[in-house]
Design a protein around this ligand. Structure first.
Ligand code: ASP
Ligand code: MG
Length: 406
């Protein structure tokens, strides 16, 4: 007998038939004698609509009220899933984030989970009840307000719950049947990976592989939660995210990811003095705007250009902050370009192999694709290119690293 957290994404609960399908899958595990807790997302499309409403009313809306709005999607699906389970004879009840509680910090819109009170859920699971937990939601105890964990946050809810409940496995059911070398919609010859290390998955997720939310992988790695990604529509083995030691042959490049959610900001003619980077990036980080790639050009006549990328959704906020600080920062011009894509190649074998970056640059130059910004980490090389070249670049790289399926 195992204890399993089963998480179902938005497409898996998109309508009543699919919710019935979820209930059947849960019942199968319960009938096999396992203790099961379920985590669900909102119906697909719902959260996008809720976010859009907030943005349409005001691009710089109050993040606390945003959370009140976007947390509603999961309230609907937990209730429906509990009803569907009860209808086929499975004892179940719904739980919203605040009822458990899933306690978070106060970073509304992308809160971090501080702790989860798991005892009551464990007690009920031991008695045969299936808790159906709302993904994405938490509560911030200081002001007693609802928080959400950032887009795709139900994955984080599931992993955090698996850790709190000391589950043997966290199964993430989704509309793809595993983790691929790259997006199969762009590269039909992408291959499914049986296993991938936490670290690679973390890098891939952080650069746009949408299968798992980045922070969920971070937590899985830290808490050593075994994660399985599998299809909620087909009975096929999925991909396992595990410790590096469980992977025999370390590939130089395991996968290629891309992110269209980037925007490039350039500050022209910034005075080249100590402290200027701190004065630019301090206020952005205070406003919870994540800055990713950064390049500072060589100074000329005491001035320099500073280019960096932010999440595209944060671009209005970043522009607002920098425009307000124009006099203080004393820069010449602010140029924002939302039409960029970041493409990354990832592999743990990079630690011990040279030439990964040069293969990338060569493959892109052969297709005439200009590289705007480059960044690297121990197991990753990323480039920023014009959004129009996304597909071409991903395909060229998949071939260049020998990842195409035969
Ligand atoms: N419904 C939330 C979102 O779309 C959380 C999730 O689905 O993981 O971001
Ligand atoms: Mg998701």
């Amino acid at each position: 007998m195992a204890r399993i957290v089963m998480k179902f994404g938005g497409t898996s609960v998109a309508d009543l038939d699919r919710i019935r399908n979820v209930a059947v899958r849960v019942k199968r595990e319960v009938d096999a004698g396992h203790q099961v807790a379920v985590v669900v997302s909102a119906m697909s499309g719902t959260t996008n609509q809720l976010v859009k409403w907030c943005q349409e009313l005001s691009p710089l809306h109050d993040a606390r009220e945003y959370d009140v709005v976007v947390a509603t999607g999961e309230q609907v699906t937990v209730g429906l899933t509990a009803i569907a389970l009860q209808a086929i004879g499975v004892e179940a009840r719904s739980w919203q984030g605040w009822q458990i509680p899933i306690v978070t910090d106060h970073a509304h819109g992308k809160a971090r989970v501080d702790r989860i009170e798991g005892d009551e859920l464990i007690r009920r699971m031991e008695q045969g009840q299936v808790p159906v937990v709302a993904g994405f939601q938490g509560i911030e105890p200081g002001r007693n307000r609802i928080t959400t964990l950032g887009r795709g946050g139900s994955d984080l809810s599931a992993v955090a719950l698996a850790a709190a409940l000391k589950a043997d496995r966290c199964d993430i059911y989704t509309d793809v049947d595993g983790i691929y070398t790259t997006d199969p919609r762009i590269v039909p010859r992408a291959r499914k990976l049986d296993r991938i290390s936490y670290e690679e998955m973390l890098e891939l997720a952080s650069v746009g592989a949408k299968v798992l939310q980045t922070r969920s992988v971070e937590l899985a790695m830290k808490a050593r939660v075994r994660v399985q990604v599998l299809s909620s529509f087909e009975d096929k083995p999925g991909s396992l995210v595990v410790d590096e030691d469980e992977i025999m042959e370390k590939p130089i490049v395991s996968g290629i990811a891309y992110s269209r959610d980037e925007a490039k900001v350039t500050l022209r003619r910034v005075p080249d003095r100590p402290g200027v980077a701190a004065r630019i990036f301090g206020p952005l980080s205070d406003a919870n705007v994540n800055v990713d790639m950064i390049v500072q050009n060589i100074g000329e006549d005491g001035n320099t250009d500073m280019t960096f990328t932010v999440n595209r959704a944060d671009l209005p906020r970043a522009q607002d902050i920098l425009e307000k600080a124009k006099a203080e920062l004393n820069y010449g011009a602010l140029i924002a370009d939302p039409d960029v894509t970041k493409i990354s190649v990832v592999g743990i074998g990079m630690r011990t192999h040279a030439g990964v970056a040069s293969t990338m640059f060569k493959a892109l130059s052969e297709k005439g694709i200009n590289i705007q910004v480059i960044s690297t980490s121990e197991i990753k090389v990323s480039v920023l290119v014009a959004a129009d070249y996304t597909e071409l670049a991903v395909r060229a790289l998949h071939t260049a690293y020998g990842l195409d399926a035969p």
